[in-house]
Design a protein around this ligand. Structure first.
Ligand code: C2O
Length: 540
């Protein structure tokens, strides 16, 4: 294994999309940002230098960060932000992981433009558990706002209402044919050149702030081989669905003779009330020998409410669970947790558009309040008064979660964490609520992979539903969609000491408070405690 050094200069860059230009925050002037390559077992050192006027942090989404929570990145959870003019070296070792992940800013809404791919190759000499592709291609999906995203969220926070949806989705930074400028210069649509007969590994990443996306390619099926950097039993489908924070590797067999084929990324949103950016991002698959002027074979993306298409993909995923890559599903459980995830409405005298109230989001009716000292520091140095460990294990009020909501929509507020001992096993049922409206919530857990052992519609039934849990080969992930009006059950082993954030990866819901943290104590063994913080850890 080796040490990989990267330098991320956070700089402004004037960027043109949808035919108009604006300054965006970028890493090294790129949108999407640079791909970070490493191998399993490598140590990665990324020096992040903040040249902009915003506070910055970078999160290595899905990297386990075993004992190195200081390098995880969520602002005020594991570190204070890197202030303008300052720098910080993220130092972590990639232990027992290989596959596609992403890195992104983890403060405010900066990740709208500050994100990129993180590709972890297997150890040298270790093959993939699927046929070797002829070529690998990173495909980063995201969103684009014509106006500044920080302004969009600040405006929304002031008003108390939902922020504007994006103006377009992007494939490798380009909206595609929706932009009349897609044929020229810096916003020319992404073109993937292929050779008939070859196989391509597409490493697809959803870096969008607020939207789950369908992804499909005209005239081709996709063989899914990996999600969230864990191998799955290969499945062939023509459409995948991918939530913000999730990654999916597919094999694409270029089995046509020639031609151009449309690649489409379009929104998936299974809820009655919420607005969606219904613009499809496009790219083209271009067979070698095909004239640029030849017509493109089109494809119809599924409509945003195509829940059946999404479910087909989601329910087809199984861990590879081979001898070499066994699914280590926890079988005995120390903590059975049941968390409701959903929205609420809290008083806000200064919120004009919201008539003195504002939209909030909560887990078990707790709207998380961001601390001003990082939780990990408070935990490590025993600083009291920063957070409490009374996060409720069960919903505080029992009601028909997926029916019409309770009369009082006000949530509790607090900086609450749930405490675990080293190596405890956890079963967590995440229950969507219909308070205001049911909605998909892609929930991301930092510091761990978990197994998605069960999923259903309506209210989770602790007596009958566990009988149908898959404890053999459930898919292993770091981000899971809680279905609109339904639930998922996940299991994980708390073998990583530190403070680990869990939140909805729809940034608007995180902003509204759909977040909490687990605190995992040190174990007693020699390699079971959090290492002390690096000396350049930013101060608040
Ligand atoms: Cu990719 Cu806490 O996020």
């Amino acid at each position: 294994c080796k040490v990989r050094n990267y330098k991320f200069n956070v700089v402004l860059k004037n960027t043109t999309r949808l035919c108009s230009s604006k300054q965006i925050v970028t890493v090294n002037g790129k949108f999407p940002g640079p791909t970070l390559y490493a191998r399993e077992d490598d140590t990665v050192l990324v020096k992040v230098v903040n040249h902009v006027t915003y506070n910055v942090t970078i999160h290595w989404h899905g990297i386990r960060q075993i004992r190195t929570g200081w390098a995880d990145g969520p602002a005020y959870i594991t570190q204070c932000p890197i202030q303008p003019g300052q720098s910080y070296v993220y130092n972590f070792t990639i232990t027992g992981q290989r596959g596609t992940l992403l890195w992104h800013a983890h403060v405010l809404w900066l990740r709208s433009t500050v994100h990129g791919a993180l590709v972890i190759l297997p150890k040298r000499g270790v093959p993939y558990p699927f046929p070797k592709p002829d070529k690998e291609v990173v495909v980063v999906l995201a969103e684009w706002w014509k106006s500044d995203t920080e302004a969009v969220i600040n405006e929304a926070l002031k008003s108390g209402l939902a922020p504007n949806v994006s103006d377009a989705h992007t494939i490798n930074g380009r909206p595609g044919i929706v932009s009349t400028c897609s044929t020229q210069g810096s916003e020319a649509a992404f073109k993937l050149p292929v050779q008939s007969g070859n196989t391509y590994l597409l490493r697809i990443i959803n870096a969008a702030l607020n939207e789950e996306l369908f992804f499909k390619i005209a005239g081709h099926t996709l063989t899914i081989v990996e999600v969230d950097a864990t191998y799955v039993k290969p499945v062939k489908l023509d459409t995948i669905v991918i939530a913000p924070g999730q990654t999916t590797n597919v094999l694409l067999n270029a089995n046509q003779n020639s031609g151009k084929y449309l690649v489409a990324a379009s929104p998936f949103l299974d809820t009655p009330l919420v607005a969606v950016d219904n613009v499809t991002a496009t790219a083209t698959l271009h067979y070698s020998g095909t004239l640029a002027s030849s017509p493109t074979t089109l494809t119809n993306p599924p409509p945003p409410n195509a829940t059946a298409v999404a479910n087909k993909f989601i329910t087809s995923l199984r861990s590879l669970n081979s001898k070499k890559y066994p699914a280590k599903v926890p079988l005995s459980i120390d903590h059975k947790l049941y968390f409701t995830v959903g929205l609420g409405i809290n008083p806000c005298p200064t919120c004009k558009a919201g008539n003195g109230s504002r939209a909030v989001a909560a887990i078990n009716n707790v709207t998380f309040v961001m601390p001003t000292t990082a939780l990990l520091q408070a935990h490590f140095f025993n600083i009291s008064g920063v957070f409490t460990t009374d996060f409720p294990a069960q919903p505080p009020h029992v009601f028909n979660y997926t029916g019409s909501g309770p009369k009082n929509l006000t949530t509790n507020t607090g900086t609450k964490a749930y405490k675990l001992s080293y190596n405890d096993t956890v079963e967590l049922v995440l229950q969507d609520t219909g308070i205001i409206a049911p909605e998909n919530h892609p929930v991301h857990l930092h510091g761990f992979n978990f197994f998605a052992v069960g999923r259903g519609l309506g209210n989770y039934n602790p007596k009958t539903d566990p009988k149908n849990f898959n404890l053999v080969d459930p898919v292993e992930r770091n981000t899971i969609g809680v279905p609109s009006g339904g639930w998922v059950a996940i299991r994980f082993l708390a073998d990583n000491p530190g403070v680990w954030f869990m939140h909805c990866h729809l940034e608007v819901h995180t902003t509204w408070g759909l977040k909490m943290a687990f605190v995992v104590d040190n174990g007693k063994g020699p390699n079971e405690s959090l290492i002390p913080p690096p000396s350049d850890l930013p101060k608040c």
